[in-house]
Design a protein around this ligand. Structure first.
Ligand code: ZN
Length: 466
């Protein structure tokens, strides 16, 4: 029985989707103003484990992940770079997918971009205005929190007490509001340099929160099963999503809210000023493999904080190396017909323990322990010539099943030669000339997964090995 801790109810509950056998989930994806840091990728990987385990359990998964490609930081950076926002974000969207694929994550079914869904956001805001949940002030539109009685039900923050104190944290908008807690649904354009859209509600751009309400409901319906994200999003982002969606539809927005704990580095919060800030690329440059980073980030259950240390990463590198060796040894093992029943018991036990761990709110450390115990028993059996043909076949299939969730048994690929790389780059350029961007992307990902980073410059494509 699959159980999740649901932030909304504060309890661990059996997962019972709205439609039998189907799971509809939404994850708040990247804001593409810079390269993703390891904390972002912990969330991405937790979500990947969630979607893969739902599939393992036989659910048909529809997973939506948005890309926030307009926000204050993007606007500020693109103005600095003197680029239209689409051109500015293009580089970081491509980089995100490179990192995503290198880390062995499966693409969500739908990946909507905020800038491509302005009409949906506008019509949601109009609905909120009709229902008395929104008001205008100057050229902006705000959500009237006092109109939504259940505000706070996710974060359990008691707003009655100390609004003045709380407002310091909440009030990040510099506009005129009825109440300090109210948040912007639509920000009227202040200057002609700002990216803005001309719409029925005026010229401006959407607030961040409305994006997720509009795009999740467009692709998953007014009520859906799972909404996931980091704990830092519970308030105000997810609280506001609930207020917007339920305010507009009068229906429950999401059944299960799943939140991942923070990542720390050497016991401290990551920050650029402390010098303990790492993008995934920084770790690759230090020589860590993507699989080791993935292993490390998934090894701690999502509801616990994870502490990133370089020693820990080095240990993860060793572990994924030993898993790879184990897999190779098993594949190459010479075996006689028949089966070792003792080993069969170990196989059965490993699968049971794996599933029991994952069923228990995705306890990845229990599930990994089951895998490691099994590899020890099999290693002993191989050394004692007690591995038989049927065990080998079953074990290879079992590893496939574990790997469909964890994706940590990966084969080392032979190094690409310089001329092979150049050939693929030429092929990619040719594909781009044909406007076959799917093929061009495929080649970029292929090269990326083999440790080659491409950089498109004015003078052509440069590449480097990581
Ligand atoms: Zn969101």
């Amino acid at each position: 029985m699959l159980r999740f801790f649901n932030t909304l109810t504060g309890q661990t509950e059996e997962f019972r989707p709205m439609r039998e056998g189907e799971a509809k989930m939404y994850y708040c994806g990247p804001t593409v103003w810079d390269y993703g840091h390891v904390g972002n990728f912990r969330s991405v990987i937790c979500t990947d484990i969630l979607r893969r385990y739902l599939k393992f359990k036989g659910f048909r998964v529809t997973h939506v992940m948005n890309i926030t490609d307009v926000d204050d930081r993007i606007i500020a950076q693109s103005l600095k770079a003197k680029l239209p926002i689409d051109e500015y974000t293009e580089k970081y969207i491509a980089a995100f997918w490179e990192d995503f694929e290198a880390l062995g994550c499966e693409r969500p079914e739908v990946v909507p971009r905020a800038t491509r869904h302005i009409p949906e956001m506008v019509s949601l805001i109009e609905k909120l205005e009709d229902r008395g949940h929104a008001y205008r002030s100057d050229d902006s539109i705000y959500y009237r929190i006092s109109s939504f009685k259940e505000y706070g039900k996710l974060s359990k923050i008691n707003f009655a007490g100390n609004i003045a104190g709380a407002s310091e944290r909440i009030d990040t908008d510099k506009y005129e509001k009825e109440d300090a807690r109210d948040f912007a649904l639509w920000k009227g354009a202040e200057s002609p340099d700002e990216p803005a859209w001309d719409t029925g509600i005026g010229r401006g751009r959407p607030g961040w929160h409305i994006e997720c309400s509009a795009m999740s409901m467009k692709y998953l319906g007014e009520t859906f099963d799972i909404h996931a994200g980091g704990v830092d999003l519970i308030f105000p982002h997810h609280e506001n999503e609930i207020a917007q969606s339920e305010g507009a539809t009068g229906k429950q927005f999401v059944k299960y809210w799943i939140h991942y704990e923070h990542l720390k580095v050497n016991g401290e919060s990551m920050s650029k000023s402390k010098g303990n800030y790492y993008t995934f690329r920084d770790l690759q440059e230090q020589g860590f493999s993507a699989t080791a980073v993935r292993y490390y980030l998934l090894s701690v259950p999502y509801r616990k904080q994870i502490n990133l240390t370089l020693e820990g990463l080095r240990a993860a590198e060793k572990t994924v190396g030993s898993l790879r060796d184990f897999h190779a040894r098993l594949k190459e093992a010479k075996v006689e017909p028949g089966a070792n029943e003792h080993l069969r018991d170990a196989e059965r036990r490993a699968l049971e323990e794996f599933e029991a761990g994952m069923d228990d709110d995705l306890n990845t450390s229990v599930a990994l322990a089951a895998i490691h115990n099994l590899t020890r028993e099999v290693n002993t059996a191989i050394a004692d010539h007690a591995l038989y043909e049927e065990n080998k076949r079953e074990l290879l299939a079992l590893i496939e099943r574990f790997n469909s969730v964890f994706n940590i048994f990966v084969e080392e690929q032979p190094l690409l030669l310089d001329e092979e790389i150049q050939k693929l780059i030429d092929e990619r350029q040719e594909a781009r000339r044909r406007r076959d961007f799917a093929r061009a992307d495929e080649i970029r990902y292929e090269l990326n997964s083999r440790g080659i980073t491409l950089e498109d410059t004015k003078d052509g494509v440069r590449w480097k090995r990581r």
